[in-house]
Design a protein around this ligand. Structure first.
Ligand SMILES: Nc1nc2c(c(=O)[nH]1)N[C@H]1C(S)=C(S)[C@@H](COP(=O)(O)OP(=O)(O)OC[C@H]3O[C@@H](n4cnc5c(=O)[nH]c(N)nc54)[C@H](O)[C@@H]3O)O[C@H]1N2
Ligand SMILES: Nc1nc2c(c(=O)[nH]1)N[C@H]1C(S)=C(S)[C@@H](COP(=O)(O)OP(=O)(O)OC[C@H]3O[C@@H](n4cnc5c(=O)[nH]c(N)nc54)[C@H](O)[C@@H]3O)O[C@H]1N2
Ligand SMILES: [Mo]
Length: 707
């Protein structure tokens, strides 16, 4: 029998130790996984965390980021009270104030901007966090502003545009359980989605084949791959078109599916004939034989499922078109909305893929302002505006600075991080020019230091929240600990703002629970039952899920549009998914490398974990990965300081020579304050279709620093 001291040391729950376990979920990364987390709590403090046994998402597992939740929640720079700036913007001098004092300052200043410049002069922005977004969007529209926007205008929404243009659906996921071949385009799941490889492994065990398209040798390439196409970053569109050509000339495509469901096949067929294997090899660096082999493997192992890459594929100036070109393969092979192919799914409450519909869309849009101007980004990125209709965050700096086509003077943000955009110093400067800036964050970040008022929000462990999980599960969580200091959940802050602004919005004013009940109103989800069983996700019985094969096409032609009748109306944009190299126009002689900014590290999540000690200890210095042969040629060894220089500037980082990255490329993770890679991704290096930054193909020089 252990002594009490031993039990305390081992953190064993019990009456004698005073330690209890309570379940919540991890909100460090989102929105896909949201792994179940069991917290060991004593006297209101979390002592340790572990994955929740039997949880439908993570089955007791946690990734390194999830394991570090205790250090994340108790990060030293947690904001514990509302703060008012007393120094210059960015200096970091604040005084603590009460919530009453904060509202007394916020309300008149937001109203003043509204009265002077019109409601859309106030923009409402959310960083990576998804869970409170429906509240923020509705509040923005109720305020009368059209400028609701999020970090997803650099993340996922370009893929949504691609799907909407092609099929009318928001999203489609690979049906690994029934696929014969998985085209793992930009598939890096061991690092970016750690639960996914298990599904791939299971399918491989029953014979599914895997092709991975990635310039790097990732763990997935080593463990789960039958054919690795080691492509030059930013050239994927050419490879997709080349594969299509091979499938067509060998007569391996699904004519019956195309006949019935595809619009624009003839034009597309003519276009892809310009991409024979030899040319594609020249453009992409993938050997012609491998292109032929890949096409044959697809033909011999149908049905075809494709990785739905959130980021790497669309972080290019031809990214949206590239995504269309890749997903077009599912139309050619007849596997869109077919078993083993790409299964469309709605993005439901708080962007969790529950697979059933709610009143997510109606909740904000019933308040959409009438007779308002178009949101930020609409003039520069008109296709984005037509297909998405939100503020394109990548154009915010320009509009603040130029005041065109109308001024933006105030910013209310949840988790603003200027470092996440290309040419980020422009956004930092623009924010400094604002009349009024409020940032709601857990931490006093460098972006929060630019704010007039900082409001403290809390983590998932400190709030109660409705959550859906894949497979049709729902949970209404309870607080595991009380909110630290005076921090509050974002949804409560937003509902309070609606009350304080006296908005004509009885639903928001009624509070978060009333809003969630409204969003779920037409589903059989039993909120009271979930609240009474808050410790574990419950199967949601009776929710309506559209069967595979019955989704149809909500496009103007009612078909899968290879030729987009929406893009057709936009001058200067191509209705077919056309090829263009995504690299910038700087001189290749001066900048011989291709910089890829941001391939995921298992221990980082954008900026938010760089200050978490356990995770930082794995890669203490900002480090760039470059190919060992390139490094040897320059006499660069591991840990040497190198300068990465682009047409936009330079940063100094440590070198990590590795065989894993392709010769001629450098990979550098983002979000470091001391080596901010987005400061050297040129401003304006954006995709004209989506507005997305071309983070992942920038011409770059690598110079060894002496001493
Ligand atoms: N070079 C390069 N740049 C990139 C990318 C890349 O690959 N390369 N990736 C892009 C992509 S895909 C993304 S998604 C973006 C992400 O970019 P951001 O959204 O800016 O990511 P973070 O810095 O993690 O998070 C923003 C802030 O949200 C705060 N936060 C965390 N939880 C909460 C919460 O519940 N409420 C509130 N109010 N705040 C919270 C965090 O403390 C942090 O300060 O970066 C983009 N930028
Ligand atoms: N650990 C961790 N996990 C994360 C995140 C994180 O920051 N850290 N971020 C989350 C977010 S917001 C997102 S959007 C997703 C992104 O998820 P992913 O898209 O999977 O992210 P990455 O690992 O950046 O990119 C995937 C792979 O694409 C390769 N790649 C880079 N450029 C190119 C290219 O031009 N062509 C091809 N074919 N491949 C290329 C990279 O080498 C990498 O192996 O990850 C999520 N998961
Ligand atoms: Mo993202």
């Amino acid at each position: 029998m252990s002594t009490l001291e031993e039990k305390l040391h081992e953190k064993i729950p019990g009456e004698d130790t005073g330690i209890v376990t309570r379940n919540s979920f991890c909100d460090v990364c989102a929105p896909g996984p949201h792994c179940g987390v069991t917290c060991y709590v004593k006297e209101g403090k979390i002592l340790k965390v572990e994955g929740t046994d039997g949880h439908p998402t993570n089955h007791g597992l946690l990734c390194p980021k999830g394991q570090a939740n205790r250090q994340y929640v108790y990060r030293k720079d947690r904001v514990l009270t509302p703060l008012r700036r007393v120094g210059e913007r960015g200096e970091g001098r604040f005084e603590p104030i009460t919530w009453e004092e904060a509202w007394a300052e916020i309300v008149p200043r937001l109203n003043q901007v509204k009265e002077t410049y019109g409601p859309s002069a106030a923009a409402f922005y959310s960083g990576y966090n998804k869970w409170y977004r429906p509240f923020l969007q509705r509040l923005c529209y109720s305020f009368g502003s059209v400028n609701y926007g999020t970090e997803s205008s650099s993340c996922f929404t370009s893929t949504i545009m691609s799907w909407r243009l092609a099929t009318g659906a928001d999203f489609a996921a690979p049906d690994l359980a029934h696929a014969g071949i998985f085209l793992g385009w930009c598939y890096n799941a061991y690092y970016s989605a750690y639960l996914m490889p298990a599904g791939v492994e299971k399918a491989r065990a029953r014979g599914m084949k895997v092709i991975i398209v990635d310039p790097r040798i990732t763990p997935a390439v080593e463990k789960q791959c039958d054919l690795h196409l080691r492509i030059k970053p930013g050239t994927d569109c050419a490879l997709a078109l080349g594969l299509a050509r091979e499938l067509i000339v060998n007569d391996w495509v699904d004519h019956a599916y195309i006949q019935e469901n595809v619009h624009g096949y003839e034009a597309y067929r003519t276009y892809v004939m310009d991409f024979p294997p030899a040319r594609v090899e020249e453009l992409t660096g993938v050997p012609a034989d491998q292109i032929r082999l890949a096409a044959r493997m697809i033909h011999e192992n149908m049905p075809l499922a494709i990785n739905q890459s959130g980021a790497a594929m669309v972080h290019h100036t031809n990214g949206m078109q590239t995504h269309r070109a890749v997903m077009a393969l599912s139309a050619l092979m007849g596997t869109y909305d077919r078993p083993g192919g790409m299964i469309p799914a709605p993005l439901t409450y708080a962007h969790s893929m529950a697979g059933f519909t709610t009143l997510d869309h109606e909740f904000p849009f019933e308040k959409y302002p009438k007779d308002a101007p178009r949101p930020v980004g609409a003039v520069r990125f008109p296709l984005w505006d037509e297909v998405v209709g939100e503020m394109q965050g990548c154009d915010l700096a320009r509009q603040i600075t130029q005041g065109l086509p109308y001024p933006v003077k105030a910013l209310w943000a949840h988790g603003m991080n200027f470092r996440m955009f290309n040419g980020d110093r422009e956004l930092e400067r623009a924010i400094k020019e604002l009349d009024f800036f409020v940032d709601v964050d857990l931490f006093l970040t460098d972006s929060a230091k630019l704010a007039d008022i900082v409001l403290p929000c809390c983590s998932s462990f400190e709030r109660s929240e409705f959550k859906v999980f894949g497979g049709g599960f729902g949970q209404w969580t309870e607080r595991v600990i009380e909110p630290l200091g005076q921090s509050r959940p974002d949804d409560e802050i937003l509902c309070e703002l609606a009350r304080r602004l006296d908005l004509d919005d009885s639903l928001l004013r009624a509070g978060p629970e009333a809003c969630v009940r409204y969003i779920l109103r037409e589903t059989p989800v039993d909120v009271d039952f979930l609240k009474a069983n808050s410790q574990f996700p419950q199967k949601l019985e009776g929710v309506k899920v559209i069967p595979v094969g019955e989704h149809g096409f909500a496009t103007p032609t009612g078909k899968f549009e290879l030729w987009s009748t929406i893009i057709e109306k936009h001058r200067g944009l191509d209705p077919l998914p056309t090829w263009k190299d995504s690299v910038d126009a700087a001189s290749p002689a001066e900048y011989p490398f291709r910089l890829v900014a941001g391939a995921r590290l298992p221990t980082a999540l954008h900026s938010r974990l760089h200050d978490v000690p356990w995770l930082r200890s794995m890669r203490p210095q900002p480090m760039a990965d470059l190919n060992s042969a390139d490094a040897a040629r320059m006499g660069v060894r591991r840990g040497d300081l190198i300068e990465l220089r682009t047409s936009a500037g330079a940063i100094t980082v440590a070198a990590n020579p590795t065989r894993r990255v392709k010769e001629g490329t450098v990979h550098m993770y983002h979000g470091y304050r001391e080596a901010d890679v987005n400061s050297i991704v040129p401003a304006g290096h954006n995709d004209p279709y989506s507005g997305f930054p071309g983070y992942r193909s920038v011409r770059c020089a690598v110079v060894k620093k002496e001493g």
